[in-house]
Design a protein around this ligand. Structure first.
Ligand code: URA
Length: 247
């Protein structure tokens, strides 16, 4: 992206990192979704347009076989058809924002789900819940997570997929926004795993947000930003509210 605020992509792009073509339209879409004052419906609409581009790019990395069809003018068109079975796996919650665009291009596709959160004690990402297609080991997997920040969540998700028999070469990580350190963390363990992204930001700030950034993607997409701090009063005494206890 031709912007002074993003990282120079030629330093971070490797053979398996597929950065979307940095068109002016993509730059304009990023400008809308990164604007802190954008309305949520516009955030969802324009983020969805970028996600559709990412999904299409990811599909293009899958294996294809030759397929010839007859055209309406009686000629043979020597084309391609996607080979093998596909599924999506979204990392809750932000990854769920990518499901509608995958469904739009592949309506019957199975989509699994992984819930990963930071363990309160170890501080490491931990898989709390997963529900994957039972035959995932013979499918190609689009792993859906818009944010690649520290890389910890992506690594935990990839590890889970491998444990379920998915071949690393059959995973494409579909990502909206990354930072070089997150890419490097994934690369250190999975040098050949394809990553598709639409932009690479400079770095993480002290709160682990990407800068110049987009904020909390899941909160902005699903409308759960914290707008006011609710004061919680600690309950020190439980009052009996059964009928016997009422005056
Ligand atoms: N997750 C987000 O939603 N945003 C960031 O900037 C980093 C992680």
């Amino acid at each position: 992206m031709p912007s002074a605020t993003t990282a120079p992509t030629d330093q971070t792009v490797d053979a398996n990192l597929h950065l979307l073509p940095q068109t002016r339209e993509l730059h304009a879409l990023h400008t809308i979704v990164r604007d802190r004052s954008v309305r949520r419906e516009d955030f969802v609409l324009h983020a969805g347009r970028i996600i559709r581009l990412l999904i299409e790019a990811a599909l293009g990395l899958l294996p294809y076989r030759e397929r010839a069809v007859s055209t309406p003018v009686g000629q043979t068109y020597h084309g391609l058809a996607r080979a093998g079975e596909l599924c999506g796996v979204s990392i809750a919650r932000a990854g769920e924002s990518m499901e509608p665009e995958l469904r739009a291009v592949s309506p019957g596709v199975p989509i699994g789900k992984i819930l990963i959160q930071r363990d309160k004690v170890t501080k490491l990402p931990r898989v709390y819940h997963s529900l994957l297609p039972p035959d995932i080991g013979r499918r190609r997997v689009l792993l859906l997570d818009p944010m690649l920040a520290t890389g910890g969540t992506a690594l935990a998700a990839i590890r889970l997929l491998l444990e379920h028999g998915v071949d690393e070469r059959d995973i494409v990580f579909v990502n909206f926004l990354a930072v070089p350190s997150g890419i490097a963390a994934v690369r250190a363990r999975h040098p050949e795993l394809p990553i598709v992204t639409s932009a690479i930001d400079q770095r993480l700030n002290e709160d682990a947000y990407m800068v110049p950034g987009i904020g909390d993607f899941g909160d902005r997409y699903f409308g759960t930003e914290v707008t006011a701090v609710t004061e919680v009063t600690e309950v020190t005494e439980v009052t009996d509210v059964t009928s016997a206890g009422r005056s």
